[in-house]
Design a binder for this molecule. Structure first.
Ligand SMILES: NC(=O)c1ccc[n+]([C@@H]2O[C@H](COP(=O)([O-])OP(=O)(O)OC[C@H]3O[C@@H](n4cnc5c(N)ncnc54)[C@H](OP(=O)(O)O)[C@@H]3O)[C@@H](O)[C@H]2O)c1
Length: 237
């Protein structure tokens, strides 16, 4: 049975992805930052195999994560942090945190889990990027830069390990109704403002992001590498 680790899978997009892997018979590890009870609750709720915590801002915790999870066949790097600030108000602290979690430790996790996949000559890594790789948002300047940086890492590493039947890809969701966006989604005026720039006229649901990930991790998706699939109802257009 194939083993999958989905980071940040206690809610939102990560949880929807974890749930779909469980439904398709994979052995899934649910992950969140600190609260093991939360991870265990979701693990039980969706029928996953196990639950772990690891604060992706903390390199010491990252260094011991693989001891807790063991090696995996599929790694979904979903967790990220996001701070909304205008360009001239972005603090060093927020830059450091977004860089550390979204970029540096994403690469660190790839460095940790990829060698086993290469050795096995089979593996899949999918990062969750953002429509903000393509579309400007006045308060997500540094966050958008981190997502572009990850796409660059994915393309570079994908090229180097393609010969081992290991693929790395990214999906780029648009505005998705997750806890992260609750305050906007639940405020009718703010929600309509966002929906007015989405050609499909609605927020996406976490489930809208699942099909692309499953394709990329399937046998049918085995010739796709270094790619980005945008799932945004046309928002970037
Ligand atoms: N929602 C959107 O509209 C949207 C749009 C484009 C891209 N995305 C991307 O899609 C991904 C998922 O977004 P989402 O909206 O589903 O997220 P979310 O609702 O904010 O959930 C984030 C998940 O990541 C975990 N996480 C956050 N910081 C962490 C840390 N330092 N260490 C370990 N885990 C951490 C959270 O666990 P804890 O609760 O333990 O912190 C939680 O399980 C993110 O990469 C995001 O950038 C989302």
């Amino acid at each position: 049975m194939k083993r999958v680790l989905v980071t940040g899978s206690t809610q939102g997009i990560g949880k929807a992805i974890a749930c779909e892997f469980v439904k398709n018979g994979y052995e899934v590890i649910v992950h969140c930052s600190k609260d093991i009870k939360k991870a265990e609750y979701v693990c039980k709720e969706i029928g996953a195999k196990s639950a772990v915590t690891c604060d992706l801002a903390d390199i010491n915790e990252i260094n011991t994560l693989v001891e807790k999870t063991g090696n995996v066949d599929i790694l979904i790097l979903n967790a990220s942090v996001q701070f909304k600030e205008k360009w001239n108000e972005i603090s060093e602290e927020s830059m450091d945190k977004q860089y550390t979690v979204n970029v540096k430790n994403t690469l660190k996790l790839i460095q940790t889990y990829l060698p086993f996949m290469v050795e096995k000559k089979m593996g899949r890594i999918v990062t969750i990027g953002s429509v903000n790789q393509y579309r400007q948002h006045p308060e997500l300047i540094f966050y958008s830069a981190t997502k572009c940086a990850v796409m660059s890492i994915i393309k570079n590493v994908a090229k180097q390990v393609a010969q081992y039947n290991v693929t790395l890809n990214n999906i780029a969701p648009g505005a998705i109704a997750t806890p992260r966006n609750e305050s906007v989604y639940n405020d009718e005026e703010k929600r309509k403002e966002v929906e007015s720039v989405i050609p499909m006229g609605r927020f996406g649901q976490p489930s809208d992001c699942v099909g692309a990930v499953m394709l990329l991790c399937s046998e049918q998706g085995s010739y796709i590498t270094g790619s980005d699939i945008v799932i945004d109802g046309g928002m970037r257009l």
